[in-house]
Design a protein around this ligand. Structure first.
Ligand SMILES: [Fe+2]
Ligand SMILES: [Fe+2]
Length: 323
């Protein structure tokens, strides 16, 4: 950020490409990537907006993205391969992947056991991606066509409030943050959240801002939607248990909405893309696998932070995302 602030003329930016290992957990790399991506979203008051397309900045972005994508492909290879060996249409595959997910039961913990401070910590970590909810996927739309585009726009219409500013999902999440005593300002916690929380947000931009990765972004989005409804119900119950009712509307909204969104995203968006080009199945599955992989890591991270000795005891299906 300090490198970008006040910068006008080109000077070399670089990053040690290293071995290509561990970028998901590398906070410096993820924060750098988040900062560069942000130039394509809302930007920064004290950074020249022309730097969005600065050759050196874009070059650094590509260096980080290359490592990020390589690591994700390696980490999800087994999961992707096992899915591609099975029969079935892409909608069934993506929904099945989300249903079979064996990640830690973060949402169950939040429902039954989390303290108010732990719930706040979860919400703070999620704020980086939820306060820009569906913004990355909006970049997918102009890169798509036909029935898949129409179906994605249908989901996005809901995500962006269905014509009602007060129902904008980003705004509902901001309301949740304020209701639990956290700062609802966009990017307020970017300097405090974990590398993994940044990575979970950055992966959406990685897929949406690189046109060759559109099917991956679609697969990620579908798995994200398919991993949201049940966890949202659990988190809403946890907030109720903790006496934080004003924080609930965001999650209540996702119980109903994402039960529908997951079907549209998996069957209509992914289905139409595959009907148009059967060759994209592997990339859609890769995207779905990335969503589930990062969600598992996130749940492991938080449960490990809260219960380092008995994190294994709460392992089970679905960490949970709201989208
Ligand atoms: Fe949403
Ligand atoms: Fe949704």
């Amino acid at each position: 950020m300090n490198t970008l602030r006040g910068r006008r003329s080109a000077f070399p930016l670089s990053w040690d490409d290293g071995t290509g290992d561990g970028i998901v957990h590398d906070r410096d790399c993820q924060l750098a990537l988040w900062t560069i991506y942000e130039l394509s979203y809302r930007g920064f008051a004290d950074v020249d907006p022309d730097l969005e397309w600065d050759v050196e900045v874009v070059g650094l972005r590509r260096t980080l993205e290359t490592r990020f994508e390589r690591e994700l492909r390696s980490a999800t290879r087994t999961r992707v391969t096992s899915q591609l060996d099975q029969e079935g249409n892409i909608g069934d595959i993506v929904l099945g992947m989300a249903a079979d997910d064996q990640g830690p039961r973060l949402s169950s913990y939040l429902r039954r056991q989390a303290t108010a401070d732990q719930m706040r910590e979860y919400l703070r970590e999620r704020s980086v991606q939820q306060l820009k909810e569906s913004d990355p996927q909006a970049f997918l739309l102009p890169r798509m066509s036909g029935a898949a585009k129409v179906a994605l726009a249908e989901v996005q219409y809901d995500e962006f409030g269905a014509g009602r500013p007060e129902a904008l999902h980003q705004a509902l999440f901001a309301q949740t943050l304020a209701a639990v005593g956290l700062d609802p300002a966009y990017g307020a916690y970017v300097d405090q959240v974990s590398a993994l929380s940044l990575a979970s947000a950055n992966v959406m931009s990685l897929f949406a801002l690189n046109r060759r990765l559109v099917p991956v972004g679609v697969g990620h989005f579908a798995a994200f939607e398919a991993s949201s409804s049940t966890p949202s119900r659990r988190i809403a119950a946890g907030l109720e248990r903790l006496g934080l009712p004003d924080a609930i509307p965001y999650f209540d909204e996702h119980v109903e909405a994402d039960a529908v969104h997951e079907q549209i995203a998996a069957r209509d968006v992914c289905g139409a893309m595959v009907a148009e080009d059967p060759g994209v199945v592997g990339e859609i599955v890769f995207g779905a696998a990335c969503a589930l992989h990062l969600d598992e890591l996130f749940a492991d991270e938080l449960l490990g932070r809260w219960h380092p000795a008995d994190g294994e005891l709460v392992a089970g299906p679905l960490g949970g995302m709201a989208s």
